[in-house]
Ligand binder design. Structure first.
Ligand SMILES: [Cu+2]
Length: 275
């Protein structure tokens, strides 16, 4: 019996496994990948996660298939020699390895850059983001402070609210800042994560697409009660948002008298912190 062509066998097994697994990953696993479809940005993350999973499936299968194949085909027979023949390099395998891995890494870098430039991907773009989505935007300021986020709506008199409510289908321009230490605003289902730095106006864009409740967490260790720094926000209809924001303006009118005028950043009163 002649020695089987291991490379060809391995290649065939890997190809069949890849052809079966990759569509399953894209069409079965893809739709349930995080963070769901709560906003255009979140849906974009699902797409990107699906692309990453689809690209890594053949790579992962190559490792698994080779591992199992080696366990079976290259198993040492009882009483056999202890070592296989010395291998002194294989130019074809080495060149293929370098070319394929470089192509994967560089194309993913290009893909990621292009996707980031589409709409900011729900990330903070600093005070002058490279990409600004077209059309009207609702401005909402996110203010991190030990240990809560509050929200100011400059187009509604600068009212500050303890919970985040957004209208569905409306592009929102989040201005994320902090009053004390570095926090990070993370609205999971909206696919938004942006650092909240004192003295900085960090702008992120998000367009909610579903009526839903979403979780808000601080994603940067910010002191003793960092773990307590979470809340839920809501995406509501345009009409519900109008009535909600009107209620908030009435409800928080007394406390608003004590607030500084709306600004992109704030310098906290020393008395307020020493309180
Ligand atoms: Cu925090």
């Amino acid at each position: 019996m002649s020695e089987p062509n291991h490379a060809r066998r391995l290649g065939a097994i890997w190809l069949v496994a890849t052809l079966i697994a990759t569509p399953l990953v894209i069409f079965v696993l893809g739709p349930v990948l995080p963070p769901g479809n709560g906003s255009e940005q979140a849906s974009g993350h699902v797409t990107d996660n699906t692309v990453l999973m689809a690209v890594m499936t053949p790579v992962l299968l190559l490792l698994i298939v080779y591992f199992v194949y080696a366990l079976v085909a290259f198993r040492q027979e009882p009483g056999g020699i202890l070592e296989g023949p010395a291998i002194r390099g294989n130019a074809r395998v080495q060149i293929a390895w370098i070319v394929v891995t470089s192509a994967i890494v560089l194309s993913l870098a290009a893909y990621g850059t292009a996707r980031l430039l589409e709409d900011g991907a729900g990330s903070g773009g600093g005070s002058s983001p490279v990409v600004v989505p077209a059309g009207p935007k609702l401005q909402v300021q996110v203010i991190g402070q030990q240990w809560a986020f509050t929200y100011r709506y400059p187009s509604y008199g600068g009212v500050e609210t303890p919970h985040l409510v957004l209208p569905v289908g409306q592009m929102v321009e989040l201005h994320v800042t902090s009053l004390d230490v570095v926090h990070s605003f993370w609205a999971y289902q909206l696919g938004v994560k942006a650092d909240a730095n004192p003295g900085q106006d960090n702008i992120a864009f998000v367009k909610p697409t579903e009526l839903e409740s979403f979780s808000v967490r601080c994603s940067e260790l910010c002191g003793l009660w960092h773990g307590y720094m979470f809340d839920h926000g809501n995406v509501v209809s345009a009409a519900d948002f109008k009535s909600w924001i009107a209620q908030q303006r009435v409800k928080f009118a007394p406390s608003q008298k004590l607030l500084p005028p709306y600004s992109t950043t704030y310098i906290p009163e020393p008395a307020r912190r020493a309180g």
